[in-house]
Structures are given as structure tokens and as C-alpha cells.
Ligand binder design. Structure first.
Ligand code: SAM
Length: 250
């Protein structure tokens, strides 16, 4: 519950960040679900896609960040502040979505098993997590953070696609798992630093004082520019691997 979030900064790349949500939702087949739950709804911009697709459903949204819940509520989403760790599906839940959230939740493998066991036949659970903890963006941040005594999540923050597939299939659910590497074309100076500033760098920002965080960013910026060089036209390619899993309870 401790990471602080900045909804406006997070929404800077909203078009790029929305893409996996669309791809995840495309594999959910529910026609007229009674209850749809968005676990870790963030600023609620993507939750509105759920209310648009299933206008007759009760759409429940929760997030552990007070700032994110406030941003979602300002958008008309009936969001509440809660930790997914304590959440259990109400009996009428037909769709559960969790997009780009469970990488923050170390015990999420166990939660997936628990949620599936509590869902009724035909219910669908759809999750997406970033699979980029081994990418230069994250490795560089981890190295620099470790030099300052800040320990960050490593590659074990998420499972491999095969591990998610095995975990979900073992519950007896119909299982659909895949991965995609998006090649985001970013503009502006230091766009990768800006991108991760609203996500992966949040724990660093929380751990350091203002001066320390400014120095951290100043150290990181040239390393990121070298790892993700700007093209002659000024744009920067940012490969971003994502892992998707959809389970349909039998
Ligand atoms: C990267 S954002 C994703 C937001 C939204 N799902 C989206 O796709 O745009 C991650 C969100 O997960 C929330 N979060 C992280 N850990 C959580 C937890 N244990 N319980 C509830 N929400 C959590 C954060 O507050 C943040 O809003």
C-alpha cells in the first residue's frame, strides 16, 4: 500500500498504456456479465471501457492509492480504496480484470488461485503484467538504486508465461496465456525516463529525499539515452514486453 502515485503523470502515455488493456479485453468473451471488477483501476480511464462494453453490469473498481481512487471517481467511476490482497469475488462476479497491477503484489500467484476457486462456472479472470524486469530500463534503475541502498523488485516480480499457464491450468480453468512486445515510438527528450518516472521509479522516489531523487534521475538519464537512443527524427523506440493471462472457470 506504500507506493505513491501521480495520476496525471501516469496518464502522460495513456494511448500507449491503453493498448494492452484493449488486447486483454479482446480475449474476454462475456456477453452480459452481472458484475465486472477492475482490480487496481488506477485513474479509471480504462475502467470506462468496461462500463461502455457492459452497460448493464455492476462495475466495481478498487485501487490501493488514494490519489488514483480520487482520479477515478472524478471520472464518474464508483471506485473505492482497497488492497487487492484482501479482495474476494462477490458471488455474482462474472468478469475480473487486473491490468498492470499484480507486478506490485508479491503474493499474486496465490491470489490468482484463490480468486479462481471463489469464482463461479463461466466466470473469466483476465490479467496483464509487464514482463520487462530484465529490460535495460529496469536493470539500470535497479543497479543505481542498489548503489543508494534501495532494493527494488527484480525479475521474480512476475512469473513467466509458462508458469502462469501451468498455474491457471492446474485450477481446471480454461487457460489462454500469451506475451507481446510492443514497440512504443516515443517523442520528446528523455521519454523513457519520463515513462518509468510514473511507474517503476515510484518506489525510488518514495525512498529518497527530493535532492537525492533529482540526483538519481540525473545519473539515470544518460544511461537510458544510451540504452534507448533517439533516432535521427527525434523519436525513441521503447520495446515493452507484456504478459497476458485469461482463465475461464469451468
Ligand atoms: C500501473 S497502474 C495500472 C492502473 C490501471 N489498471 C491501468 O491499466 O491503467 C498500477 C495500479 O495498481 C495499483 N495497485 C498496486 N498495488 C495494489 C494493491 N495491492 N491493491 C490495489 N491496487 C494496487 C496502484 O495504486 C496503481 O493505481
Amino acid at each position: 500500500m506504500s507506493t505513491t502515485w501521480d495520476p496525471a503523470a501516469y496518464l502522460t502515455f495513456d494511448d500507449h498504456r491503453a493498448r494492452p488493456f484493449h488486447d486483454l479485453l479482446a480475449r474476454v468473451t462475456a456477453r452480459s456479465p452481472r458484475r465486472v471488477v477492475d482490480l487496481g483501476c488506477g485513474p479509471g480511464n480504462l475502467t470506462t471501457l468496461l462500463t461502455a462494453r457492459w452497460p448493464a453490469a455492476a462495475v466495481e473498481a478498487l485501487d490501493s492509492s488514494a490519489e488514483m481512487v480520487e482520479a477515478a471517481r472524478a471520472r464518474g467511476i464508483d471506485a473505492r480504496r482497497a488492497d487487492v490482497v484482501g479482495w474476494s469475488p462477490p458471488p455474482d462476479t462474472d468478469v475480473v480484470i487486473s491490468n498492470a497491477v499484480l507486478q506490485w503484489v508479491p503474493q499474486h500467484r496465490e491470489l490468482l488461485r484463490r480468486w479462481i476457486a471463489a469464482l463461479g462456472p463461466g466466470a473469466e479472470l483476465a490479467v496483464q503484467v509487464p514482463g520487462n524486469f530484465g529490460a535495460p530500463s529496469h536493470v539500470l534503475v535497479r543497479e543505481l538504486a542498489a548503489e543508494r541502498g534501495v532494493a527494488l523488485r527484480g525479475e521474480g516480480a512476475v512469473a513467466t508465461p509458462a508458469e502462469y499457464a501451468a498455474l491457471l491450468a492446474a485450477t481446471g480453468a480454461e487457460t489462454d496465456v500469451w506475451e507481446t512486445t510492443y514497440l512504443h515510438r516515443l517523442t520528446g527528450s528523455d521519454p523513457v525516463l519520463e515513462w518509468i518516472g510514473s511507474t517503476a521509479l515510484r518506489p525510488v522516489r518514495d525512498a529518497l529525499d527530493e535532492g537525492g531523487y533529482a540526483a538519481f534521475r540525473a545519473d539515470l538519464a544518460p544511461r537510458l539515452r544510451a540504452a534507448y537512443p533517439a533516432q535521427p527524427d527525434g523519436t525513441t523506440w521503447f520495446p515493452f514486453r507484456r504478459i497476458f493471462a485469461v482463465a475461464r472457470v469451468r
